[in-house]
Design a protein around this ligand. Sequence first.
Ligand SMILES: Cc1cc2nc3c(=O)[nH]c(=O)nc-3n(C[C@H](O)[C@H](O)[C@H](O)COP(=O)(O)O)c2cc1C
Length: 198
Amino acid sequence: MRPEDSLPDIRAHAWSLLVRGGADRKSPIHTPVIASVDADGLPHARVMVLRKADPATSTLRLHTDARSPKVAQLDGKPVAVLAYHPAEQVQLRLSGTARIGRSVGEVDSIWEQSTLFARRCYLAEQAPGTPMPGPSSGLPAWIEGEQPTAEQIMPARANFAVLWVGVTAIDWLHLANSGHRRAMFRASDGWAGEWVAP
Ligand SMILES: Cc1cc2nc3c(=O)[nH]c(=O)nc-3n(C[C@H](O)[C@H](O)[C@H](O)COP(=O)(O)O)c2cc1C
């Protein structure tokens, strides 16, 4: 049996990649693709930064602009998360349910933990996706290239939202010359997991 032939070890490995992805900006899992479906049934996918992965609650945390189109597509809706780790040759395809957190108690401490520089993008005057008359960062001119002060950043808080992904399934695929391996884990069967054909 190869080390990757134990389902409990594989599930733990998948979560260790996600945890590292949330903590290490150099990890390829730090920037997964998050996919949603809009009200017309059209799919949308975009890269986002994974901020934290919590195996105990099967939850991922990401940050976004509360005005962005993805918010309506995702809040309370199904979500897919895709990431690939080239060195480990592991693809992770997660599915689950998304929830947007906006409330003061839930979001304020997360907002405060972000650097002022990271919070600066939430000062943009227009919602993401708004047509502009020309090339533009969307930021007010006075803050272009500057780090805002704590006072200057305050109005941006209303534009900040947390995207929670409650993971309900993990599809783990490992590529290897000796034979690929693929396993499916579902919350509905207690995360026991099963082998599937790669
Ligand atoms: C490396 C990278 C990281 C990104 N991280 C985020 C992020 O953490 N949150 C976010 O809302 N958008 C992020 N974006 C921008 C999104 O990919 C997307 O363009 C934007 O959020 C608008 O998406 P929407 O129109 O589907 O709402 C990132 C883009 C790249 C290339």
